[in-house]
Design a protein around this ligand. Sequence first.
Ligand SMILES: O=C(O)CCC(=O)C(=O)O
Ligand SMILES: [Fe+2]
Length: 327
Amino acid sequence: MQSNDELKAGLPIIDIGGLADADPAAQRRVADHLRAVCERHGFFYVVNHGVPAELIGAAFARAEAFFDQHDAAKLALDKRLSACNRGYEPLRAQTLEAGAPPDLKEGFYLGEDVPADDPRVLAGRFNTGPNQWPDEAAQPGLAGFRDTMQAYFAAAYALATRITRGLALSLDLPAAAFDDYLDGASATLRLLHYPPQPPNPAPGEKGCGAHTDFGGITLLLQDDSGGLQVRDPASGDWIDAPPVPGSYVVNLGDLFARWTNDRYRSTLHRVINRSGRERHSIPFFFTGNPDYLVRCLPTCLAAGAEPRYAPVTVEQHLRECYERTYG
Ligand SMILES: O=C(O)CCC(=O)C(=O)O
Ligand SMILES: [Fe+2]
């Protein structure tokens, strides 16, 4: 368990190389570290994650080129044209913090590219369908956008799967305990662009209002601007989560808190871009198989205690979260 001083100095950095090690003792060491951090606040950096730096650099470069386009090109891919939450979201379209002004960010959402005639799409499965892709010929920096994003999505998906297995171990469950949740898991890649915080912001105006994430785990890439803050559940203080080269910031979402009966935390976080520059970030939200029934895990309930939450499918949980923040 971390001390308060360690927490004030920043979020912990976990070397997750051991999760890819065949030696169970190496996996166990990472799992022990994960447990301590997830019981405390569920926010940590990971290093030794195995995603190539060149792929991450290529994804950032294409994301920047995407946002550099004229509004008309971006709005041609408006997320409202998609039945499955894919595409462009203009500045101030989302309000993540209830009661605060809308977020000073624009975004682009993509996921597994599922053709419109796929049985899952025809059955109306949540968040499942075709992506909207930009015209790569429209801007030199956009060449390779689709291939790059698909390669990055696959790499992030594999990493999220590995970390989720590590979380099973951390909860004293077999590594395979979450296989039904991982099988056919849905995930969303989100490219974000934050203009600099204006000199005279409206009261409470931020890049991204205080919120918890909805799903299982989030893998966040941020550029070197800074601005991400995490609320320490014990003290209520906002802790800076500055960029750490070569790392991801990983956090647990509400689904994980619910699954673990709040033994593991889904913690509030926000972004205020005070760098004076454009900020870019790339969160990857891993949500799990939409049909999976999330019910209190056996190692998260004291003898004789009742679970705090009723069982819910992943899909139902996510629908409720989206309705809350988009109205
Ligand atoms: O841009 C960031 O650093 C954080 C974004 C975030 O928290 C989110 O999209 O849920
Ligand atoms: Fe978030």
